[in-house]
Design a binder for this molecule. Structure first.
Ligand SMILES: [Zn+2]
Length: 424
């Protein structure tokens, strides 16, 4: 992925970060890259990677990665910051399994949670960052009960954390659009207020009218020049009719490359021929798929999709909320779950799973300057492993998390030396 080139002479010197804090240049040494090769890379005070050689004669702090594997910052392509119960005491799961019942339960219970949404969302965001996430897409509930309350909290959180993490916000009609008068206007207001994308949800199963649902979603996306990310839990033929509708609307609106379907259980629930037809349709239309590798629901046939040319990424989805008691915001663990559910065992497949939480997710979010090359934003994670397959299998806690060139988390086992210390 191309990264923009920056003025190295200016960038290597001490300079201010997004927080206005003076930052030293850094050098990560003894990094083990995914293919096993060793490398050092510089990190400018302004938060971009630079050639190690260009930094060598300038003052800098050195962090020895001790031959552990280094990957770019992780990208969580589907998270619900506003729903989590983290930040409060354990709460027993009470919802039954259907989507409709979980929506009803959530609307009832969320007003009884004693910890404010902003506190809970920040707890999840901090957890995600500590797990190595440096960019994420979050869906925020917009409905006729909560209105824009959740959105306002998440917009504030995004501002507060802008110097350390990229947050893409989807205005998500969790209770439906057609069946909920006023929600279309709220979505309109949410996009005006700063949401980056409009969501959707089960056009047949929830709103009982695929075209009325999709028309609102695509019209609003077009009006505000925003992206689209639709939750689709519908199974089998019904789900694939929704997939076909989303593909058709995407082609008609010229929005290829800006539309995503999350979950898409129906792409793991049918014959190979049926799923191949849908995959070709999605590839032609430029619609991407995001999966959370769900426990009891079908996982999309990722091989069939990627072979057809569909971009696929992964996301945590629900983390410790009224929809699921599970989740820890670790995208390394999510990659393991993708492998587990997809029957991937060989090293090349384990390694490929990481693309779903790095480069492919970054492309869906439209991130520029992503990767471990000079010129890219200095977002990186050091994992205590010899290679990616070992990291995916063992899911270790990161030894180091860096975003925008700043250390967000560091294990004490990694040795750090300043320029002064190296002189003595
Ligand atoms: Zn979701």
């Amino acid at each position: 992925m191309p990264g923009h080139r920056i003025s190295k002479a200016k960038d290597i010197k001490r300079s201010t970060t997004g927080n206005g804090v003076m930052a030293d240049a850094l050098m990560l040494t003894n990094m083990r890259l995914p293919r096993g090769e060793r490398r050092s890379i510089g990190v400018s005070g302004a938060g971009h990677f630079v050639d190690a050689a260009d930094l060598a004669s300038s003052p800098h702090t050195r962090i020895d990665c001790d031959a552990n594997v280094v990957i770019p910052g992780l990208v969580d392509a589907h998270l619900h910051l506003d729903k989590t119960l983290l930040g409060g005491a354990w709460r027993s799961h009470t919802a039954s399994d259907s989507v409709a019942e979980r929506i009803r339960n959530e609307r009832l219970e969320r007003r009884r949670i004693p910890v404010p949404l902003s506190v809970r969302a920040e707890a999840l965001l901090q957890l995600a960052i500590s797990q190595g996430t440096t960019a994420l897409r979050t869906h925020v509930d917009i409905d006729d009960d909560i209105g824009l309350e959740g959105l306002e909290a998440i917009l504030n959180l995004r501002e507060q954390y802008r110097p350390q993490v990229h947050i893409d916000i989807v205005a998500f009609p969790q209770s439906g659009i057609v069946r909920c008068p006023g929600v279309a206007d709220l979505l309109d207001a949410a996009l005006r207020a700063g949401a980056d994308a409009i969501g959707g949800l089960d056009p047949y199963a929830l709103d009982q009218d695929r075209d009325a649902h999709l028309k609102v979603v695509f019209d609003l996306a077009d009006k505000h020049a925003k992206k689209i990310d639709i939750h689709l839990h519908e199974l089998g033929v019904e789900g694939r009719r929704s997939v076909a509708g989303i593909s058709e609307y995407t082609r008609a609106s010229g929005m290829g490359g800006r539309v995503t379907i999350s979950h898409a259980f129906c792409l793991g629930d049918g014959s190979t021929a049926e799923i191949s037809v849908a995959a070709d349709d999605l590839a032609r239309s430029g619609v991407a798929i995001i999966t959370a590798a769900p426990g009891a629901s079908p996982i999309p046939a990722i091989d069939t999709l990627t072979n057809a040319g569909v971009r696929v990424a992964a996301g945590s989805d629900n983390v410790r909320d009224l929809w699921s008691p599970f989740g820890n915001a670790s995208m390394i663990e999510r990659c393991m779950l993708v492998c587990w559910r997809s029957g991937w065992r060989r090293d090349d497949a384990l390694e490929r799973s990481l693309k779903l939480a790095t480069f492919d997710a970054a492309a869906i979010l439209g991130l520029d300057d992503y990767g471990l090359e000079p010129g890219c934003l200095a977002d990186a994670v050091v994992l205590p492993a010899l290679n990616i397959p070992q990291a995916i299998v063992e899911r270790p806690a990161p030894l180091l998390v860096m975003s925008r060139g700043q250390i967000r988390h560091r294990a004490t086992t990694l040795k750090t030396t300043t320029a002064d210390e190296r002189r003595h």
